[in-house]
Design a protein around this ligand. Structure first.
Ligand code: ATP
Length: 286
């Protein structure tokens, strides 16, 4: 199963929770590219095993796929013989939800096979695996509240919006980004914000969208990694309509007014930053 990445077009931290989590208000957009590939062999050795092509990812119990499979088996009293294969294309610790997406794919595959859990039960297990996992159970544009798990799906019939992603190649942990969030950034979102975002998206009005795109977690990333601010400034100077960090960073996304513009910017950034991972993508609704 192919499982997508995501960007947060908007991310506002609205409060601190007691359990060290933060409440947020965000707009998740799934991206078909980059996507990971998850498969499960149901006749593997006893237990749950993970095979992954990316050395920096843990293959044991700390892998989010392992965690998801373990919780599914436990909740339904299944004795697993599952060998999970992960082909990673989504940059790791990049703010693109790779691990969460993989975990959700495991839950979807298992539930297709065993058909044991209803939507709410599956969402509850997903949430125990991570705050972003419930979104990836049914990846489509979603406003999220709570810790990212209370999802609302706007009626959108979007034109395709070209974008490019720049992953600078170093990881940023979500825990670090939240720890370095300035308390001044925490606050409420204006009541009409979601409507404004939906309208701008629906019309692919990139000018309006660029004024609404925002990420509270970006400030700490720009301070610690000045290259990110330089990249953002260069993206805008090259003609991107908007550019921002996604999630807890460090990946930057840039929305472009046309596919030609996206390709032109991609080529020039690939020339200037050959060591970085620069990916062409687009926002699509279907
Ligand atoms: P998010 O945007 O959801 O906060 P992220 O995209 O920044 O997450 P991930 O790529 O999910 O970050 O990786 C976060 C950490 O989870 C990494 O340190 C990684 O080692 C660990 N991890 C465990 N399982 C996986 C997996 N299947 N894929 C990627 N990372 C995993």
């Amino acid at each position: 199963m192919k499982t997508p990445s995501k960007i947060n077009l908007f991310l506002k931290v609205t409060g601190r929770c007691e359990n060290s989590y933060h409440s947020i208000n965000t707009l998740f957009m799934p991206l078909a590219n980059p996507a990971d590939e998850i498969n499960i062999d149901f006749e593997g050795a006893a237990g749950i095993s993970i095979i992954c092509d990316t050395p920096e990812i843990p293959c044991g119990e700390h892998n989010l796929c392992h965690k998801a499979a373990g919780k599914y088996a436990e909740s339904r009293g299944i004795t697993p013989n599952w060998e999970i294969t992960i082909v990673k294309n989504i940059p790791v610790a990049a703010g693109m939800g790779g691990g969460s997406s993989d975990a959700a794919a495991v839950l979807r595959i298992l539930n297709e096979r065993y058909n044991k859990l209803d939507e709410n039960e599956l969402a509850a297990i997903a949430l125990r695996c991570g705050a972003d996992v419930p979104f990836f159970l049914s990846p489509r544009p979603a406003f999220a509240r709570g810790i990212g798990n209370v999802l609302k799906y706007p009626e959108l019939n979007l034109p395709e919006i070209p974008l490019l992603l720049i992953n600078p190649g170093f990881p940023v942990s979500a825990a670090w980004a939240y720890k370095n969030l300035s308390p001044d950034n925490i606050g409420e979102v204006p009541a009409d914000y979601e409507q404004k975002l939906s309208d701008a998206l629906q019309k692919a009005d990139l000018k309006k969208l660029s004024r609404l795109i925002h990420n509270d977690l970006a400030t700490a990333c720009y301070e610690k990694f000045p290259i990110l601010r330089i990249l953002k400034t260069e993206l805008l100077a090259s003609g991107a309509a908007a550019a921002e960090i996604t999630g807890s960073g460090p990946t930057l996304f840039a929305l472009c007014g046309s596919f030609e513009k996206r390709d032109e910017i991609t080529s020039s950034f690939k020339r200037n930053y050959p060591q970085m991972n620069i990916i062409k993508s687009s926002i699509r609704c279907n």
